[in-house]
Design a protein around this ligand. Structure first.
Ligand SMILES: O=C(COP(=O)(O)O)[C@@H](O)[C@H](O)[C@H](O)COP(=O)(O)O
Length: 356
């Protein structure tokens, strides 16, 4: 199956009440582990690349590795998604490079550090949506800034994330504003801020409702029952991977992620795309540390790059099953970008939301 637009997968997920993990990719091993796990459990796949990933691998390598996955795993529907586009230009260059879905993150200004005004966010997101939809490409917007409800601080993973601290109002998506935002921008999916942040150091204790606002998802879903919601910063930071890394010489301070049960509650309330990157980073680090420690005389990189995938394979398999996307891949029908573009035109001339 050729690459599919994100909208196709999210509509199927909404119709069948499940969520799909969106895994970040930078290199061959990550793509192989994600795809092997998907094949094992028959799950659709969202591969997402940040600006950092596009810089790390280079546009051509990234594009061709994803196209190789399409060729090697023809039975699996795959989306290629731009994670956190900081400007319309970044989104357009992703579209030019074959991405079938883009995120325009207008919650921050183009410097990816300064919180943006609501009007700025609406303006840049609507602009990207108009161009992307004309080409059949899906769009994710973001409303509210990702950051910790414990400290008010943002995350600065790879330079993306606000500096300083923000109030709870700025760190939590407002349900009324969300309804207005979706209406004015026409996005296919909306990333919401509920107290999650990128990276391993999300919470200093097991999160409760005071620092992880799952209730906010329910409120937004009540206002926007037909909008696909997206949870960013949704790694669970498994204790066993923290322990494994530390047992092979790592120094990860005790930390907590988003419990899978909370994500499942989000999925029951309209969350369809769940961003997971850190868990796979931890899985790779644990496996590489273990392989190198067990064979200190080894110097062939393949001897630690092949094992590098083993814990990641498990993380991906677990998330497909836990989020409910396992057993769904073979039920999804291909919709081309051209067909999608026609549907957006038809829907806008009838002034209603597109349906797949
Ligand atoms: O939500 C995300 C990951 O959440 P996570 O840290 O896994 O809880 C992604 O959207 C991030 O954008 C991604 O991890 C950032 O990657 P880089 O910019 O470092 O490549």
């Amino acid at each position: 199956m050729a690459l599919v637009p994100l909208r196709v997968l999210l509509d199927h997920a909404a119709e069948n009440n499940y969520g799909i993990p969106a895994f970040n990719v930078n290199n061959l091993e990550q793509i192989k582990a994600i795809m092997d796990a998907a094949r094992e459990v028959n799950s659709p796949v969202i591969l997402q690349a940040s600006r950092g990933a596009r810089k790390y691998a280079g546009e051509a390598f990234l594009r061709h590795m994803v196209l190789a996955a399409v060729e090697e795993y023809p039975e699996i529907p795959i989306v290629m998604h731009q994670d956190h586009g900081n400007s319309p230009a970044t989104c357009y260059s992703a579209i030019k490079n074959g991405f079938t879905s883009v995120m325009m993150d207008g919650s921050l200004m183009e410097d990816a550090k300064t919180p943006a005004s609501y009007e700025y966010n609406v303006e840049v997101t609507a602009k990207v949506t108009e161009v992307a939809h004309a080409l059949g490409v899906s769009v994710e917007g973001e409303l509210g800034c990702l950051g910790s409800l414990e400290t008010g601080a943002g995350d600065k993973e790879d330079g993306h994330g606000f500096e300083g601290t923000l109030s709870h109002d700025q760190l939590l998506t407002d349900p009324d504003e969300a309804a207005d935002f979706v209406e004015r921008t026409g996005v296919d999916a909306l990333a919401i801020a509920i107290g999650t942040s990128h990276g391993a150091y999300k919470f200093s204790r097991k999160p409760d409702g005071a620092i992880l606002a799952i209730d906010r998802i329910r409120e937004i879903h009540r206002k926007l029952p037909n909008t696909h919601l997206v949870m960013h910063g949704s790694s669970s930071v498994p204790q066993d991977l923290q322990d494994l890394i530390n047992s092979y010489g790592g120094a990860i301070p005790q930390t907590w992620g988003v419990p899978v049960a909370e994500i499942q509650e989000g999925i029951r309330n309209g969350v369809r795309k769940v961003n997971v990157d850190t868990d796979n980073r931890l899985a790779i680090t644990a496996a590489v540390r273990e392989a190198l420690a067990k064979e200190p005389a080894e110097f062939d990189p393949r001897k630690f790059l092949i094992p590098s995938m083993k814990y990641m394979l498990k993380v991906c398999r677990d998330r497909y099953v836990e989020f409910g996307s396992a057993d769904q891949a073979s039920k999804i029908k291909q919709v081309s970008l051209d067909e999608m573009a026609k549907r957006y035109i038809a829907a806008s001339s009838m002034k209603k939301a597109v349906t797949v």
